[in-house]
Design a protein around this ligand. Structure first.
Ligand SMILES: [Mn+2]
Length: 336
């Protein structure tokens, strides 16, 4: 099936559905939230019942995204109650926040144990890690999942109203770093300009996304910069935050609310002159989370992340491993 056929089939499946479950990735970013926002807008207009879910939805961080208030952080009831499940921007099944339940469902489906198994559609722009959906709409050339959803709307001649336009533009701006990253393709720019023509407000979005640095954010940035180590031979800029440091700077509520904070600073580090790769390590619940960024076309940080059991894009990737952070002479290591 080519892309157009897949996008048409996805719309057929949505129109036929009676109860749809929408899933964005755990600890959602603006692209995940706005992808949910786009499909909620469509499903509302079709008067189909739905439940939109994302695990660890940060409180108050994305209220500027249309339909954000219709997304729940509470796990859905029995997955078999839905006839259609749409997974957005997740990269891998383990980022759905429902991995065990989905795997059980898929197993039952594959064994023919379900009379009416939910149909599973995946919309994504991450590289593939495994194939599990009935309809996999995966295009890593798209700058954001919302860019892919634009093609879905365009292909099916669906109306793009102001809410949808804002959602699509928000996802694009977020995943291209406001058109600073190299994934800012001519197609992405074209979609963005189409969204402006359909009523999306760039000044309103940027006011929320770029002029929102709080004092708390700056304190965390200060500590990350203090801990910064730079290897001039490899061009690796790395920093780390231990649990004690994070706890001294942020309350648990603030950590939830400022979910973007860590990814913002690692992007900033990758933009510094002479830096080829930026790495931020932080401790969380006995684990170390690593975020990797690069601005260089010849680098692929998803390969580095994969070595640590993670994944992502060429320019932005991450991993989580068990352990603690320890400083070395010009870098960091993870110890158990
Ligand atoms: Mn994305």
């Amino acid at each position: 099936m080519n892309r157009d056929e897949k996008l048409e089939l996805a719309y057929q499946k949505i129109k036929q559905a009676k109860n749809i479950l929408l899933i964005g990735h755990t600890g959602p970013d603006a692209d995940a939230i706005s992808s949910l926002g786009v499909l909620i807008e469509l499903i509302k207009s079709l008067s189909i019942s739905y439940y939109a879910y994302t695990e660890r939805k940060p409180y108050g961080a994305y209220t500027y995204v249309p339909n954000e208030e219709l997304i729940s952080g509470v796990s859905p009831d029995d997955l078999k109650d839905y006839d259609l499940i749409i997974i957005l921007d997740c990269g891998a099944i383990n980022r759905t926040g429902l991995e065990d339940r989905l795997r059980r469902l898929i197993k039952a489906r594959n064994e023919g144990a379900l009379l009416f198994p939910p149909y599973i559609i995946e919309f994504d722009h991450h590289n593939q890690s495994e194939s599990y959906a009935d309809l996999e709409i995966r295009y890593p050339d798209c700058a954001s999942t919302t860019e892919l959803l634009y093609y879905f709307f365009d292909n099916n001649n669906l109306e793009i109203n102001k809410n949808t336009a804002n959602c699509i533009l928000i996802g694009l701006l977020a995943d291209t770093g406001h058109f600073l990253h190299t994934n800012s393709s001519s197609e992405a720019m074209l979609v963005a300009s189409q969204m402006l023509l359909r009523g999306a407000s760039l000044p309103k979005i940027t006011a929320h996304t770029t002029q929102n640095k709080s004092i708390i954010t700056l304190k965390v940035w200060g500590r990350v910069l203090e801990n910064l180590k730079f290897n001039s031979e490899t061009g690796l800029a790395s920093s780390a935050l231990k649990t004690e440091e994070i706890n001294s700077l942020l309350t648990p509520e603030e950590r939830e609310k400022h979910a973007d904070l860590f990814s913002d600073i690692v992007s900033f580090l990758s933009s510094l002159s002479g830096v080829s790769v930026a790495l931020l390590l932080r401790e969380e619940d006995g684990h170390v989370k690593g975020s990797l960024r690069t601005n260089h076309d010849h680098m692929d940080v998803s390969i580095l992340a994969k070595n640590w059991g993670g994944g992502g894009h060429k320019k932005a990737a991450g991993f989580t491993v068990k352990g603690k952070i320890a400083a070395t002479e010009n870098g960091w290591k993870i110890i158990s």
